[in-house]
Design a protein around this ligand. Structure first.
Ligand code: AVI
Length: 326
């Protein structure tokens, strides 16, 4: 990634800081595919088709996190807004279509809304239509990879920063990576900042497994599509039919794991690499960590946040936390 200097750019309401580095991507994927335990980062699940398949996952009966979090937001909108306060600089991490944050606008009345995603192209349509509805809120879309840096350009107000990170996306980082990311958010918060975050909870193994191995096979398609994305990105010659989706709960690590498993002996070639996978061998494509309330609050505290206010659903399946800096 080669960051641009935002001071050099005319302020258009959108700032693209992330630049794709094809050599770095090739090196990362080659190392992952050649490793003793092959693995790829979950970020590669999201090409155009992968993003659509993820949207479909959120509609599945088995995939409870999206609708459970929404039910908590709907039921607790007033309480959450009371806790976060008004006039904030609302920084929406992984904003996508900006819909989750937008539901809070009438209650939070932020002074500035800063949707952050890897590409401002994802944000443009959503932000334009929000601008019509909420002309009083200053909106600045930022294209950046916030998993590697939280350094925001000077156009983002420093006062009353409220970071919004819903959807339990924090679960796709290992606890060590999650602690580092939360630490960077804490740094970017200043003294009067805070974080509103959604986290998926540990629960019955069958409920968890079904959410990541649904009857329609949408999650399987989402996972297998990674192979098509890798073919495009680095020229591998994966055949989707040679692989099967595996979604399982690893209890000792408290995480769902997604893997792609070779259906028979397969040799995969790409410019710069070749690997023979034996039948049954797997590529680890995603982890989704599940927390207890206490475990997550400890993580927040270690990152420099004070005791958080929390809200959950009646089954205790999902947690929404509002944490201020300590
Ligand atoms: C984006 N993230 C929080 C999802 C999750 O539940 O870990 C990604 C996902 N993978 C399979 N289904 C959904």
């Amino acid at each position: 990634m080669a960051p641009l200097n935002s001071r050099d750019m005319p302020h258009s309401g959108f700032i693209q800081l992330y630049r794709r580095d094809d050599d770095a991507i090739r090196a990362e994927l080659t190392a992952g595919l050649l490793a003793d335990q092959p693995a790829t980062s979950p970020k590669f699940l999201y090409d155009a088709l992968g993003s659509k398949l993820f949207e479909a996952i959120c509609e599945l009966p088995e995939y409870y996190p999206t609708r459970t979090e929404k039910a908590i937001f709907d039921a607790r909108l007033h309480d959450i807004a009371k806790s976060t306060g008004r006039g904030t600089t609302l920084i929406d991490l992984g904003a996508g279509n900006c819909a989750k944050a937008a539901q809070f606008f009438p209650y939070l009345q932020p002074l500035q809304y800063v949707p952050v995603d890897i590409s401002v192209e994802f944000l443009k349509d959503a932000v334009e239509s929000l601008r019509q509805r909420f002309p009083q809120i200053r909106m600045t879309g930022i294209g950046m990879d916030f998993s590697s840096t939280m350094e925001l350009p000077p156009v983002v107000r420093r006062e009353k920063r409220l970071f919004f990170y819903p959807g339990s996306s924090i679960g796709n980082f290992s606890p060590i990576e999650a602690a580092a990311l939360l630490g960077r958010i804490r740094e970017a918060c200043q003294a009067d900042g805070s974080l509103l975050i959604g986290v998926d909870m540990v629960k019955d193994k069958d409920v968890l497994t079904a959410a990541y191995d649904d009857a329609l096979g949408v999650t399987a398609s989402f996972n297998l599509n990674l192979l098509l994305h890798l073919n495009t990105l680095i020229g591998t010659d994966f055949h989707v039919r040679d692989w099967r989706h595996v979604g399982c709960f690893n209890e000792s690590a408290s995480r769902i794991e997604m893997h792609l498993e070779a259906r028979s002996d397969v040799t995969v070639r790409w410019p710069g690499g070749v690997r023979r996978f034996a039948e049954g061998e797997r590529i680890h494509t995603e982890s989704s960590y599940k927390y207890t309330r206490q475990g997550f609050l400890q993580l927040l505290e270690r990152a420099g946040f004070a005791a958080a206010q929390t809200w959950t659903d009646e089954r205790g399946w999902f947690l929404v936390c509002h944490a201020r800096v300590a």
